[in-house]
Design a protein around this ligand. Structure first.
Ligand code: GLA
Length: 385
């Protein structure tokens, strides 16, 4: 387990007993690209994540990445963004925000590593941000609440990583609960844990192993397109402040005024918000068939209306659709690569994987990876028995 590796590396480098933190990645059952539109999402933290070891230090501060075998000494008083190494920027943004709140950091050592595949859309960046701020909060008793840490983590992603993300990833990594997903209202930040009792079904990630370079620029473009939609719709309906406030009828009433692309973007978001609300009712009733259909519908919208899918993701969803034992499948996260999430009968996993991996390789000449994921707990101190 990576926790132990991080711990032993820490002891080797710094001869001290560290504080250990685990920060998970996340999946999202449904509700994609709705978070920055003040809508609903239904994510879950997963058992894979990023592990940290921390201890106070006398003279210097050092952050060591086991994965890259690289260490970095941040300037705690002036943590400006750097060109290299890129990974350190997630942390520098956190330090910036701790300083901005007038809180005091002393020197520390940190070693981190993760078992989350990068670029797979499982929010390794949110896990890095959340684990780091959580660890510093513990180490220096800064008194930050979970919500403050979520906002600090999101700020770092916006300003030091350059992605104007919504709040879903950081919220999931911080607040996840074992065996549960949760439904989050991204406007009020109220949330409800939903037990993930899937019976004979299980959650399987199929990783396209591609990450098209468009992902972060197109992500920011989608945000702007949604905002454009809100501006036009609010001329007709003054109360509309975000796409969350738009009903299907309002959208239809504005159709002529909206450029076709903007209309499509808005239509997806309005429909996706409704799907999340209905899907949470499906889950509470234990109706996985209805839930799975909404996953397929969400993928169709992401691909055709929101245009954040890609040939590789679409292909994996098509393969899933041909399997009666897969109730639903869809891309997760920002899009343009990464994983599909499949709700699959556990007896069919092996067979499906053999045929899907062969078909995917045949079509794209790329290996497909897969991970069975379990919903896990949020960012926390790890204790060893
Ligand atoms: C990325 C962002 C999230 C969210 C998803 C799409 O993961 O970080 O805030 O917008 O894309 O749902």
């Amino acid at each position: 387990m990576a926790d132990h590796t991080v711990k032993s590396k820490f002891k080797e480098l710094y001869q001290a007993e560290p504080l250990l933190i685990h920060a998970p990645g996340r999946i999202n059952l449904i509700g994609e690209h709705t978070d920055y539109n003040n809508g609903f999402v239904m994510p879950a933290a997963i058992h894979m994540g990023v592990q940290f070891a921390f201890a106070k230090a006398e003279k210097n501060t050092s952050i060591y990445s086991l994965k890259y075998n690289q260490s970095y000494t941040p300037n705690l008083a002036n943590p400006v963004k750097v060109a290299q190494p890129v990974w350190v920027n997630y942390f520098l943004g956190i330090i910036n925000q701790i300083n901005a709140r007038g809180l005091k950091l002393d020197n520390f050592n940190c070693v981190f590593d993760g078992d989350l595949p990068t670029g797979a859309g499982l929010s390794s960046s949110a896990a890095m941000e959340c684990g780091f701020v959580f660890g510093l909060n513990e180490l220096f008793q800064l008194g930050l609440t979970q919500l403050e840490m979520i906002h600090i983590a999101q700020w770092s992603e916006h300003n030091y990583a350059g992605v104007k993300c919504g709040i879903m990833d950081q919220f999931s990594s911080m607040m996840g609960k074992d065996k549960h997903a949760f439904m989050l209202d991204c406007r009020s930040l109220e949330f409800e844990y939903l037990p993930l009792d899937l019976g004979d079904y299980t959650l399987l990630l199929c990783d396209t192993n591609v990450k098209h370079s468009l992902s972060s620029s197109e992500y920011n473009t989608r945000r702007k397109e949604c905002q454009q939609g809100v501006t036009i719709i609010s001329h007709e309906f003054a109360k509309v402040k975000s796409l969350r406030d738009v009903t299907p009828a309002m959208l239809e009433a504005c159709k002529e005024k909206l450029p076709a692309i903007i209309y499509n973007r808005c239509k997806f978001v309005v429909e996706e918000n409704n799907r999340v609300v209905e899907a949470s009712a499906d889950l509470k009733r234990g109706d996985l068939v209805a839930f799975g259909k909404k996953m397929y519908a969400a993928h169709a919208g992401l691909s055709k209306l929101y245009e954040v899918s890609c040939a590789e993701l679409d292909y994996l969803v098509e393969l899933a659709k041909a399997e009666p034992e897969i109730l639903g499948a869809r891309m997760i996260g920002g899009g343009f690569g990464g994983c599909t999430l499949n709700l699959i009968h556990q007896n069919s996993i092996e067979r499906f994987l053999v045929s899907a991996k062969a078909a995917y390789y045949n079509k794209f000449g790329i290996e497909m990876n897969s991970y069975r994921v379990k919903p896990g707990k949020g960012t926390s101190v790890v204790s060893f028995g």
